[in-house]
Design a protein. Structure first.
Length: 403
């Protein structure tokens, strides 16, 4: 009898939901994020506006379209309820928060800010050249631009973390006045995650809560604050998982970034600074990190400033305001969802590639164009309004953890 090979029977490939159930618990979040991001992109692509390219940063793109809110029908995939972040209204500055909405928030303004640093040979280099702007409670300000444009320097200067070899000129005001930020009123999340790899997420956040929160809070209250913060950042399902590192596998990179943010927002700061919070993360993980931050800012009235490099269009939609830098100068400051039309109006030749000017000459033209624009005048008026109507000193935290 002739031998007949056994051919495996055909079976349909798994659906998206079946694939998620098939995955190990360790990789569920990463695959769910990728599937959700693909669904979001395919479902909203028809509403995207015209692509605008910013000079000197080849792959940077801005889409002028409504905010895409995170949504899902399968509640088992994600840890918490859907995060919905409202975008900025498509109006000019006079309609943006005319009343000082968050009475106990921090309105941050900077005017004619210069930063110079020594190059080690006795020469002074200008890193920031007389820039101005503001940040408001409940909003996320994105500081963007090509590498070396001064994003991190501006963030460090506003956070009071400028290096000793640099010096600054100009005014930085909080609620219309110069004041020293007391403990717990501001937080800074660095680009690198410095975490104890042997701890679980819950242990790390609880330990940080015991160190940072004041002695006026009981141990139970500190634990409650830690648990609430874990839930806010969408880490409930990973709370008992070890953070891990090079030696042992642990939580994902996006979860590590959220743990770092958790440890900084335990004190409910009025100002939150983030340096490249999406560095090294894929598009889906970046969106999860930034959507949690934007939601927290709106809910708690936190003023958020983040230096970020080439965010995805979904992440860009979460920003309320944009500070676009080039060679230490401002080429745009205003509502993020108006960036596309402003660039088209003022810099159409660069968008269409019609100019052959050098980078230095192009930057000079862009800076002059912005300085004479209506957007710049409106930003200047808004800064003056905030400084005049400033709500005074921030509430000081009278106590903190002691040892």
């Amino acid at each position: 009898m002739a031998y007949s090979p056994q051919v495996p029977r055909w079976s349909p490939s798994r659906t998206s939901v079946e694939e998620l159930h098939h995955l190990s618990d360790q990789n569920v979040e990463e695959h769910a994020d990728d599937l959700e991001m693909q669904r979001m992109r395919s479902g909203n692509r028809s509403r995207w506006g015209k692509l605008a390219l910013f000079p000197f940063s080849g792959s940077f793109s801005v889409y002028a379209r409504p905010v895409v809110a995170e949504e899902t029908n399968d509640t088992s995939i994600f840890e918490e309820e859907v995060v919905v972040v409202e975008g900025m209204p498509h109006e000019k500055y006079e309609n943006l928060a005319d009343g000082m909405g968050h009475q106990h928030g921090a309105f941050l303004t900077w005017q004619d800010l210069w930063v110079m640093a020594s190059d080690g040979r006795g020469r002074q280099l200008t890193i920031l050249g007389g820039i101005s702007g503001y940040a408001q409670p409940g909003e996320v300000l994105a500081i963007m631009g090509p590498s070396g444009c001064g994003k991190s320097t501006l963030l460090d200067t506003l956070a009071g973390r400028l290096q000793s070899n640099a010096r600054q000129k100009g005014n930085i005001l909080v609620n219309g006045r110069k004041q020293t930020l007391s403990f717990g009123t501001s937080a800074y999340v660095t680009q690198d995650d410095t975490l104890m790899t042997t701890m679980t997420v819950r242990e790390a956040v609880h330990y940080s809560a015991q160190l940072q929160l004041p002695n006026t809070m009981t141990v139970a209250q500190k634990k409650e604050r830690a648990e609430m913060t874990i839930r806010e950042m969408g880490l409930r399902d990973a709370a008992d998982t070890r953070i891990g590192g090079w030696v042992s596998k642990g939580i994902s990179g996006g979860q590590k970034r959220r743990v770092s943010i958790c440890m900084e927002i335990l004190t409910r700061p009025k100002l939150l600074f983030l340096d490249e919070p999406t560095s090294g993360l894929n598009s889906a993980a970046s969106y999860h990190v930034m959507s949690r931050i934007a939601s927290l800012a709106q809910r708690e009235g936190i003023t958020v400033l983040t230096a970020i490099h080439q965010p995805s269009s979904e992440v860009f939609d979460l920003f309320h305001s944009l500070c676009l830098l080039s060679s230490g100068n401002t080429v745009y400051f205003g509502p993020a969802n108006m960036t596309n039309e402003e660039i088209e109006d003022d810099h159409g030749d660069y968008e269409e590639g019609k100019t052959t000017a050098s980078a230095a000459k192009a930057t000079e033209i862009l800076v002059k164009s912005y300085s004479s624009s209506t957007t710049c005048k409106e930003a200047t008026q808004r800064i003056a309004f905030i400084n005049e109507k400033g709500s005074g000193e921030l509430i000081k935290r009278r106590s903190q953890a002691s040892f």
